[in-house]
Design a protein. Structure first.
Length: 414
């Protein structure tokens, strides 16, 4: 029988291995390492009920009227929690020919150092409260109960390291098993369930210093003045949360900060393109300007296009409902964003960003500096926007005394 479908590296559902030799209703198990200790002895069981009614009426005979998730804690001792890096001596020897003394790498033992593992167990029968399309319902039920358990742990013991987890916090692999609900409860190992392809260690190929030096120096020199750098950094934070930490709240909030920064930077650059001085720009772009006014009045007047926040079929409308209002729910009401909400917010962000790029391209003869600062030369060429007019502008700005995106008085274009 097939009991579980996991998610492969491409994000597609895949069929798990059949469980040979097991008949009847099964209890399935998911064993994973947590990224923090719980401070609980590993000789106990923790039982938690789950709301809902069995879709199979015969399940109550075996498992009782209420579904239960059992959490088992396992502490695996390790030699040390020593913060001393294992390869420090090797590194300094390679860099400086440092010959470390024998005691240099001695670890400090700890009687309390351990890896924290948990195993989650639940009957492999769907409840009427669970999505009938969810092939991984048993795993998702266990994960939801685990997170409530971790919330209760914090409320009871106030250990700030203990927090709710996502599939991205469970290392690269969760191990599956199952047993029949008999007196022997003989457990069968099913196999690994890979969480996310980017959870596996991946080191980029080292770049040659001579080739990287010029690129890094140019980027370094622009860190404090490139108008869209702040937006890019907040977007990087959102991507990190989306790909690695699984913090959906961080995804949404970071995307919104990035978008607001991007829109104000776009307005600033449009004024640079209009030939305004730094003092004129500072007097125009200030914190007193309401964000909504910027979005629905100021930018449309300069770039054109549909900027109606109520039109949910447009990039601006999708952004307003899927990202901006969701961020408000998080900030003002403590809403905990879900994975689908965070994904929808990311898609809306990208769509609005590309809409703005398209509007700049449509008016690139009026606002070439803004387009170039926002998209960059590689972005222009990737999109096929390196028109004769833009190539002419790129060549002419290289002859300017200072960076092209500075106001005319600071760039010496007076």
């Amino acid at each position: 029988m097939t009991w579980f479908k996991g998610v492969d590296a491409a994000g597609q559902l895949i069929r798990g291995n059949d469980i040979e030799g097991l008949e009847g209703p099964l209890v399935v198990t998911f064993t994973a390492q947590l990224p923090f200790p719980l401070g609980l002895k590993d000789d106990g069981y923790y039982f938690f009920g789950v709301a809902g009614t069995w879709t199979d009426p015969d399940a109550a005979v075996k498992f009782g009227e209420q579904a239960v998730v059992t959490i088992r804690v396992c502490n695996i001792p390790i030699s040390s929690n020593d913060p001393w890096p294992v390869h420090a001596s090797e590194v300094m020897n390679k860099l400086y020919r440092f010959d470390s003394p024998e005691e240099f790498n001695n670890q400090v033992p700890s009687d309390h150092a351990y890896e924290q593992w948990v195993s989650l167990e639940t009957p492999n029968i769907r409840l009427d409260t669970e999505d009938q399309r969810d092939e991984g319902f048993a795993f998702h039920r266990c994960l939801a109960v685990l997170n409530r358990f971790l919330q209760a742990h914090y409320m009871a013991y106030h250990d700030v390291r203990v927090r709710t987890v996502t599939t991205r916090n469970l290392e690269a692999v969760v191990f599956r098993g199952a047993y029949t609900f008999t007196d022997q409860q003989e457990w069968h190992f099913i196999g690994p369930m890979y969480m996310h392809p980017d959870a596996f260690p991946d080191n980029p190929s080292p770049r040659d210093p001579s080739e990287a030096l010029n690129e890094l120096v140019v980027a370094y020199q622009q860190l404090d003045i490139q108008p869209f750098l702040n937006s890019a950094e907040w977007f990087r934070r959102a991507l990190y949360a989306r790909r690695y930490s699984g913090d959906h709240v961080d995804v949404v909030v970071s995307l919104q900060v990035s978008m607001e920064s991007m829109l104000y930077a776009t307005w600033t650059m449009l004024l640079v393109d209009q030939g305004k001085t730094s003092s004129e720009i500072a007097g125009t772009v200030n914190s007193d300007t309401r964000y909504r006014s910027l979005l629905v009045t100021i930018l449309p007047s300069l770039l054109g296009g549909r900027w109606d926040t109520n039109a949910v079929d447009t990039p601006v409308g999708k952004y307003w409902h899927r990202l901006y209002l969701l961020r408000n729910e998080i900030v003002h009401r403590g809403h905990r964003a879900s994975w689908p909400e965070a994904e929808a917010a990311h898609e809306a962000y990208v769509e609005l960003r590309e809409f703005i790029n398209e509007r700049l391209w449509q008016r690139h003869e009026v606002f070439p500096r803004t387009l170039l600062a926002k998209v960059g030369i590689p972005g222009l060429r990737r999109r096929g926007w390196n028109s004769p007019r833009m190539e002419e502008f790129i060549n002419s700005e290289r002859a300017e005394p200072r960076l092209f995106y500075l106001p005319r008085d600071l760039a010496g274009r007076d």
